[in-house]
Design a protein around this ligand. Structure first.
Ligand code: FAD
Length: 457
């Protein structure tokens, strides 16, 4: 088979890249290792960071691309590659408009400590990827191949990447690409070996990424000399459901889920019923601290006041849905809740009583939570969510240039090879900003679909 563009991986990045290239008239083949498309992208319940959108303008939010750039660089502690951040900032608005033109309707998540400017554009979980995929498969010049694992990248006689060796249903074959190959195979949160190499401290974290995200793109590009960047900056996210804990409950969903009632005022305690962190910190920072608690467990404890703040989108704020699905435990008193969760009841009761005093005094002398969270825990019923740090994404990956060509260890572009989405390194630097995982997938996917075939700058 010969096409103009081969795209490896059918998450949001791969679908956006394939769809864009096909809309521009290229013949495209999108490969997916698993039986269904979506990878991590359909598991993510959050939103995407865009700035300067018509939705923001309509709601009176004053924002622009430069402020978005500053926020990304601040979150990354200025360790980000400015070229890669530039590729995002300069292409994000065009991507937003492209998604809207495909019928996607976003809403704006309310501001929070991580994203104080309302710029997190949300849709129901998986919706974006499904819409882009539907558009892709209706185009006659696009082919989608599930159950097709890319194994190796092939170079032509001129050294350009000119195809992919694949295994489809156990049969090895090759697909040639006239204009180039886009690697969009996601991260490696499901690869024990790569985690052991690059993030051994997170080898035991709850694995939340797409089931086939084993870093194949990194290996294939690495075999051609691709440079890897940001490998030391992998972080897990606090608030991943502790699934072992839910064994035997009415839980009806096999995948772990993120839930953030702490962002709405819940208190976080350990098995002893003791607080161990300022709940106002970023969920990555809390994840690190939680990993050191007994069994790596944290319990988000809250009451009716926080439950009333539940909203269906984005998923991490859907506390009511998590209760209905058996992930959140409900009890009439704090003592009963502690017993149901296996927490020391006396410890939890004392912690909550002290915490309520901190809230009333608007001062948290123990952990310095800003304005002590603002919500007491005293209105029954009471709720508890047992959770751990979860690995949702691996953030680091191959180095790319301004047009998303993969760059080798000698800083030379690898002609014909592009990357998009989570497999791209250099964007986040030392810290992840909420909404840039899905954002990076959509923006770089759409941009790669337009870049492919262009010579390196
Ligand atoms: C639970 C969860 C919550 C998240 N929440 C957020 C959030 O709120 N906001 C945010 O911005 N980000 C969030 N993220 C991160 C975000 O979802 C990812 O960074 C993003 O979706 C990655 O998109 P992608 O297209 O690059 O990769 P993926 O969506 O993972 O797609 C990669 C695809 O490549 C396929 N593949 C792998 N190897 C091969 C191969 N050899 N051949 C063919 N196909 C292959 C995989 O099967 C997969 O389908 C979350 C992630 C998870 C798991």
């Amino acid at each position: 088979m010969t096409v103009d563009v081969v795209v490896i991986g059918a998450g949001l990045a791969g679908n956006a890249a394939a769809c864009t290239a096909a809309e521009r008239g290229a013949t495209v083949c999108l490969l997916e290792k698993g039986g269904s498309f979506g990878g991590s992208s359909v598991r993510a319940g959050g939103g995407l960071l865009f700035a300067g959108t018509d939705l923001q303008k309509k709601l009176g939010v004053d924002d622009d691309a430069e402020r978005l750039r500053a926020a990304i660089v601040a979150a990354g502690q200025a360790k980000n590659d400015p070229v890669v951040v530039g590729a995002y900032v300069e292409n994000q608005l065009d991507t937003y408009e492209w998604l809207c033109a495909h019928g996607i309707e976003f809403s704006l998540a309310p501001p929070n400590a991580d994203v104080p400017t309302p710029r997190l554009h949300v849709t129901p979980q998986g919706h974006l990827t499904r819409v882009v995929h539907s558009r892709l498969v209706e185009m006659p010049n696009a082919t989608y191949r599930p159950h097709t694992r890319a194994r190796r990248l092939r170079r032509g006689d001129d050294g350009r990447v000119a195809g992919v060796a694949v295994t489809h249903d156990g049969v090895d074959t090759e697909i040639a690409a006239r204009h180039g190959v886009i690697v969009a195979s996601g991260g490696f949160s499901r690869s024990p070996e790569l985690l052991q190499t690059f993030a051994p401290e997170w080898a035991g974290a709850v694995k939340m990424g797409g089931p086939d995200n084993t870093g194949d793109g990194l290996r294939m590009a690495g075999a051609l000399g691709a440079q890897l960047v940001d490998m030391g900056y992998i972080e897990a996210t606090f608030g991943a459901s502790a699934d072992d804990f839910h064994a035997g409950t009415s839980r009806n969903e096999p995948e772990p889920r993120l839930l953030f009632p702490h962002a709405a005022g819940a208190v976080v305690v350990n098995r002893l019923g003791r607080r161990f962190v300022n709940e106002g910190l970023n969920y990555k920072a809390i994840g690190r601290i939680c990993a050191d608690q007994p069994d790596g467990l944290g319990f988000q404890i809250f009451d009716r006041q926080v439950m009333e703040r539940s909203q269906p989108v984005p998923t991490p704020r859907d506390y009511a849905g998590a209760l209905a699905d058996g992930l959140v435990v409900q009890a009439p008193t704090i003592g009963a809740l502690a017993r149901a969760l296996g927490i020391d009841p006396g410890g939890l009761e004392a912690t909550i009583a002290a915490y309520n005093d901190f809230v009333r005094a608007r001062h948290d002398p123990d952990w310095g939570r800003p304005t002590a969270g603002g919500v007491t825990v005293e209105a029954p019923p009471f709720y508890g969510f047992p959770c751990r740090a979860g690995l949702t994404a691996t953030y680091c990956g191959v180095k790319v240039d301004a047009n998303l060509h993969v760059v080798d260890v000698f800083e030379e572009p690898i002609e014909g090879l592009y990357a998009a989405g989570e497999v791209v390194g250099g964007f986040h630097g030392a810290g992840y900003l909420t909404g840039t995982g899905l954002g990076k997938a959509a923006v770089f996917g759409h941009f790669a679909g337009r870049s492919v075939g262009r010579p390196a700058p």
